[in-house]
Design a protein around this ligand. Structure first.
Ligand code: FAD
Ligand code: FES
Length: 284
């Protein structure tokens, strides 16, 4: 019988082993963990946009967006920024360490509404994780024909802070995505991307809104300035999709830690359309 920790007991994590660790940025405070489920009978069926709680024995657990795609069947990826106790312990972990994963949790990007449409991805900083999942999923040969053109705008403070750079460039060269990278300030090193903040570069890029839907993930300040630009370009509130990262505890709608008005970000989200958010109190 297959088990899924969420379906049987929502608080019990699946044991996983750290198989690989990749340092993603110059500051070395972003690491991607490749995790493999220990028990073949454990199931972890997810869609891009969902998250999971990753736990370290004796330290606690933290929510992270799932960076791998369901098409990467043999492992899960999480990219983690070192911020406090759980993330520091993860960063100090060696390959082979046994940790836990509880999930998948929350909703996903609106895949049914995205079918047959052009996808515009706008992101800044390390919130790109679930968008890596989304792109990997869409460009998989089995699903590519279900989506139109994929335009990606991704920014960071400096070139060394952009994650998954080589993978993104190879997808761009292969014609699978139309990629624009941007950094906040003119870098000292050689740089053939754009220079400027994500909202400004988005305005210049002016992707077509015709039959398009925009997925936006980034720090709150980027999101605040990006929404008006998307509106200027003509993306309606139903066509603007955002992912929130409110503080969470249980991840399953029990503790009330993450609520915004009547919504629990952990179960009703983390993905919302701008139209849905406009109906909520501005606490997110
Ligand atoms: C749905 C969701 C998806 C997320 N995805 C990712 C991801 O892919 N990669 C990633 O690195 N992080 C992600 N986060 C944020 C991550 O959960 C926190 O950074 C983590 O819980 C910090 O744990 P800690 O024990 O190391 O830090 P703590 O010791 O708990 O706190 C350290 C510092 O981080 C701050 N902090 C804690 N939680 C958050 C939060 N949710 N948002 C902002 N600041 C916080 C605290 O206020 C404190 O200043 C996500 C959060 C949510 C809710
Ligand atoms: S984190 Fe407990 S209700 Fe959402």
């Amino acid at each position: 019988m297959s088990t899924n920790a969420v379906r049987t007991n929502p608080y019990i994590p699946c044991p996983v082993t750290i198989e690989e660790v990749t340092i993603e940025n110059d500051a070395k405070d972003l690491k991607t963990f490749k995790l493999v489920l220990e028990n073949a009978e454990d199931r972890f069926d997810y869609l891009p946009g969902q998250f999971a709680e990753v736990s370290v024995l004796g330290m606690g657990e933290s929510p992270f967006g799932i960076a791998s795609s369901p098409t990467e069947e043999d492992y899960l990826l999480f990219t983690v920024k070192r911020t406090g106790s759980v993330t520091a312990e993860l960063h100090n972990s060696e390959i082979g360490r046994r940790i836990g994963v509880r999930g998948p949790l929350g909703n996903s990007f609106p895949w049914d509404r995205m079918e047959g449409r052009d996808i515009v991805i706008v992101s800044g900083g390390f919130a790109f994780t679930t968008l890596r999942s989304a792109i990997t999923y869409m460009i998989d040969p089995a699903s590519r024909s279900r989506f139109g053109a994929i335009t990606v705008l991704y920014g960071a403070r400096s070139p060394g802070e952009l994650m998954y750079k080589e993978t993104l460039s190879s997808w761009n060269k292969g014609g699978e995505i139309d990629l624009t990278l941007t950094v906040d300030r003119e870098p000292e090193e050689e740089w053939d991307g754009k220079v400027g903040l994500v909202p400004n570069v988005l305005r210049d890029l002016a992707p077509s809104t015709e039959n398009a839907i925009a997925l936006v993930c980034g720090p709150p300040i980027m999101i605040r300035f990006t929404i008006p630009v998307l509106q200027e370009l003509g993306f309606g509130p139903e066509e603007t999709v955002l992912s929130l990262e409110n503080r969470m505890k249980c991840g399953i709608g029990k503790c009330g830690r993450c609520n915004v008005g009547p919504k629990y970000v952990c179960v009703d989200g983390p993905v919302f359309t701008l139209a849905e958010l406009q109906r909520l109190p501005p606490e997110y």
